[in-house]
Ligand binder design. Structure first.
Ligand code: AMP
Ligand code: MG
Length: 286
């Protein structure tokens, strides 16, 4: 069984998040060795990205979803950080702007999906439209309940075009969230990150967990699987997400494209250019 499979939600699988331990680290060693492993995985990821970019045929879309302070930003910094910025984009989705809200909920999403060769990371995503929209009754049930199917169809369209989609739910406990809120409160450098919504949303924890359970059950598909990542330990979270991304890139079985030119002809031109330069050099030296 691949490493990824341990965290993967099977299509249609009923999910009870209270039965998935956010503290898990599966006998995994300590923070230091995990950090070294994440760095090593980062180097592997970059090498694979190089081939993905060179191949210019397929792409990778990574969706990050989680409760506040679960570590979406930290995951991006640690896991995605080593990638080549040329070929990578991070897109955050906030409360829709007036223009976005005037369109269907997938409009703003579709225009940000990766082009061939690209890796794109969504910090929040179209899933907000069946999470916050459902919990806060921003739209009637008749509207949000249709969206699971619309999302599956949309993701199938992307997959058919060569986009691999990985969706991560960073799973933390309410105790860990409060601990992180405390760290923010104790650190003046992080006060800017605090919002009142952190606390009002926290009150709705069970409703969110219920909404997440439905998302996981109804939108984990072969072409766009969900992974539930135990995220109380940041180092374990980084390790799991890194490994799953590397496994997905390896599964692409990427090979470098064949040259588009006649290399013998290019070599002849190279030597001719070299000779001209050497000749000029000799003449200059007199
Ligand atoms: P943050 O990620 O902390 O910057 O917060 C972004 C906020 O935008 C969160 O409170 C999200 O729930 C909210 N948000 C993102 N997408 C949507 C959406 N489609 N509808 C309503 N609120 C959203
Ligand atoms: Mg927030």
């Amino acid at each position: 069984m691949s490493f990824s499979n341990k965290f993967r939600i099977k299509a249609g699988q009923k999910v009870n998040l209270t039965e998935i331990d956010p503290d898990a680290r599966d006998g995994h060693h300590d923070k230091e060795s995990a950090g070294a492993e994440v760095a090593e995985l980062g180097r592997g990821m970059e090498a694979l990205q190089f081939r993905l970019y060179a191949e210019n045929r397929r792409s990778l879309l990574i969706c990050l979803q989680a409760m506040d302070a679960a570590g979406k930003d930290g995951t991006i910094r640690h896991v995605i950080g080593p990638l080549n910025p040329q070929g990578t984009r991070v897109v955050g989705f906030k409360v829709p702007s007036a223009e976005e809200a005037a369109h269907d909920f997938l409009w703003r999403i579709h225009r940000q999906v990766p082009a061939r060769g690209e890796i794109v990371i969504f910090n929040r995503s179209h899933y907000e439209d069946v999470l916050v929209a459902r919990v806060h009754k921003l739209v009637p049930k008749a509207v949000w309940s249709e969206r699971y199917q619309l999302i599956n169809d949309f993701e199938r369209t992307l997959a058919a075009g060569g986009t691999r989609i990985l969706k991560f739910f960073l799973h933390i406990s309410p105790e860990e969230q409060l601990e992180r809120f405390k760290e923010r409160l104790d650190d003046p450098a992080r006060h800017w990150k605090i919002s009142l919504a952190d606390y009002t949303e926290r009150e709705l924890w069970p409703k969110y967990q219920e909404a997440y359970a439905d998302v996981l059950e109804r939108t984990s598909t072969a072409e766009a699987p969900w992974f539930v990542v135990p995220a109380n330990h940041k180092w374990y979270r980084n390790l799991v997400v890194s490994k799953i991304i590397v496994e997905a890139l390896e599964a692409f079985d990427l090979s470098l494209p064949a040259p588009t030119v006649d290399l013998d002809e290019i070599r002849r031109r190279f030597h001719a250019a070299r000779e001209r330069l050497d000749k000029k050099d000799r003449e200059a030296k007199g």
